[in-house]
Design a protein. Structure first.
Length: 267
């Protein structure tokens, strides 16, 4: 069987099994390949990972069911998701800062920002047209502190106070009664490797423990466990923002240096 035929078969299999949420191992076994080889082959031919393709199909079916006024838990169950929080995961995506955007230091970019009350105190939120680029709880600091940090990071951008826009984000983050109307984008800055690791972390189910080595293998760099650890550490602020988009607030997924050793896990 040619590579093209294998991937076409895999695509048909994934589309027919959305309600069952097949694992990478199951899809790879269907086309008689190892998970590692299949992941690389699928990504090369389809332009996305198998998990991402399944996520897109799941999201589209979830939207259709939600538009028909089906309850969240019913939709999650219909799509083979373990809980309502897994449904929220499918409504979150990362948008990477492009090299051109980084070089221009925000020239031509409008960043809306606002400060809002949340169940955990006041929070500062900043948005670009591509998604949430900053979210932080103020604690005891003044709102000017995160705003100054944002201005330092993007000195050429136009920073615009727009609480009416950022309020919508806060409402989506903390209202667990309904799923978002559209995917929520997080506009993040990082290396290509960091972005790939962060996307992999968003796919870890709640309560599952994985090692740095497992994440490294998932992103196609099995020898890069140490680099994965650094990317996980840089992921903290994204975890805070992403976790707020679903219930419970912080999903109990774990990433550790070695899965049996939980002393170094990141929440």
């Amino acid at each position: 069987m040619s590579d093209y035929a294998r991937i076409a078969d895999a695509i048909r299999f994934i589309a027919s099994q959305v309600a069952r949420q097949p694992t990478l191992d199951e899809i790879a076994a269907h086309v008689h390949l190892s998970p590692f080889h299949f992941q690389r082959l699928f990504s090369r031919w389809a332009g996305v990972t198998p998990k991402r393709y399944l996520q897109v199909l799941t999201l589209e079916r979830a939207k259709a069911l939600l538009q028909e006024s089906h309850p969240l838990l019913e939709v999650a169950d219909t799509l083979g998701l373990s809980s309502g929080s897994r449904l929220y995961d499918h409504f979150v995506q990362l948008e990477a800062v492009t090299p051109g955007e980084y070089k221009q230091r925000g020239a031509g970019l409008i960043i809306d920002h606002g400060v809002h009350d949340t169940p955990f105190g006041q929070a500062f939120v900043a948005l670009t047209p591509r998604g949430v680029c900053n979210f932080s709880f103020l604690d005891d600091q003044a709102p000017e502190a995160p705003l100054a940090a944002l201005a330092q990071r993007w000195p050429a951008a136009e920073l615009r106070e727009a609480p009416s826009r950022t309020q919508e984000v806060i409402h989506t983050m903390f209202d667990g009664s309904k799923a978002p109307d559209r995917p929520i984008s997080l506009h993040v800055s990082g290396t290509n490797f960091q972005i790939s690791v962060w996307r992999a972390l968003l796919e870890i189910p709640p309560a599952k423990v994985v090692s740095y080595a497992q994440v490294a293998s998932a992103v196609g760099s099995p020898k890069a466990a140490r680099a994965v650890g650094l990317a996980v550490a840089a992921f903290f602020k994204i975890v805070v923002a992403q976790s707020c988009f679903k219930q419970p607030l912080f999903a109990p997924a774990r990433v550790s240096r070695a899965a049996p050793d939980l002393a170094s896990r990141h929440r």
